[in-house]
Design a binder for this molecule. Structure first.
Ligand SMILES: *Cc1c(COP(=O)(O)O)cnc(C)c1O
Length: 225
């Protein structure tokens, strides 16, 4: 099937309230254009050095998300155009995003990335670390960021019940945090969980935003990068 057909099929399978972010990492701009012609406007990348050239060469009505780990010294390159940062995992990073957003006279929407997987290698905060950030005075004074939800990546495993448990844990944290820190405001409304291998479980557990690459663009070939 073609890229536009893959997108159409995926969109017909997911509920209307679930946003599809097409993860185009490692794929050339020509393939992003195919998805664009198929109607897709929201794309995600995991590296700043790949996101910037794609932003520059592709249509300006694309909404670009950063979904991978972000280093503080690279925030300035994406601040002018990024639409949502999924991977905030420290107060230090958030302060830098705020600073760069201010320079660009804008507010940058962000998600906190939560550590839900059993793998040590994955980034993200524990619930107590998140609570600590949200409770701090340093956080409360930030004016050019808007926290709109949480993101998580489940363990890479065939054990679907484990994945379900990890997603469920994140959704519980989301509900608690929304109540305790956001006064149940509708602004805090993004639960970014679900990738090609687990988006169905993620949606069953309450995902409102899925990040899908391989199902749309095919397998990634890291060898040629
Ligand atoms: C690569 C990536 C995805 C998409 O992965 P697929 O398995 O290809 O759907 C989603 N989220 C993040 C953070 C990624 O790095």
């Amino acid at each position: 099937m073609s890229i536009p057909e893959n997108i159409k099929k995926l969109k017909s399978e997911i509920p209307q309230n679930v946003t599809l972010v097409a993860i185009s990492k490692t794929h050339p701009p020509e393939l992003v254009m195919e998805a664009y012609k198929g109607g897709q406007r929201i794309f995600g990348e995991n590296k700043v050095q790949e996101l910037v050239p794609k932003y520059e060469s592709l249509p300006k009505d694309i909404e670009w998300h950063l979904v991978g780990h972000l280093q503080t010294n690279k925030v300035k390159y994406i601040a002018p155009f990024v639409s949502l940062i999924h991977s905030v995992d420290s107060l230090k990073l958030l302060k830098e995003i705020d600073k760069q957003a201010k320079k660009n006279n804008k507010v940058i929407r962000c998600l906190f990335q939560m550590h839900i997987a059993k793998e040590e290698t994955k980034f993200g905060l524990s619930r107590s670390e998140l609570v600590e950030i949200l409770s701090s005075e340093d956080f409360k004074v930030l004016q050019n960021i808007q926290i709109v939800g949480l993101m998580g990546m489940a363990t890479f495993t065939e054990k679907i019940e484990q994945v379900r448990k990890e997603f469920n844990e994140l959704v519980n944290t989301f509900t608690q945090i929304k109540k305790d820190f956001f006064n149940n405001s509708d602004i805090f409304n993004v639960i970014s969980i679900g990738m090609s291998g687990d988006y169905k479980v993620a949606i069953e557990e309450g995902s409102t935003m899925i990040r899908v690459g391989s199902i749309i663009f095919g397998e990634r070939n890291y060898g040629t990068i």
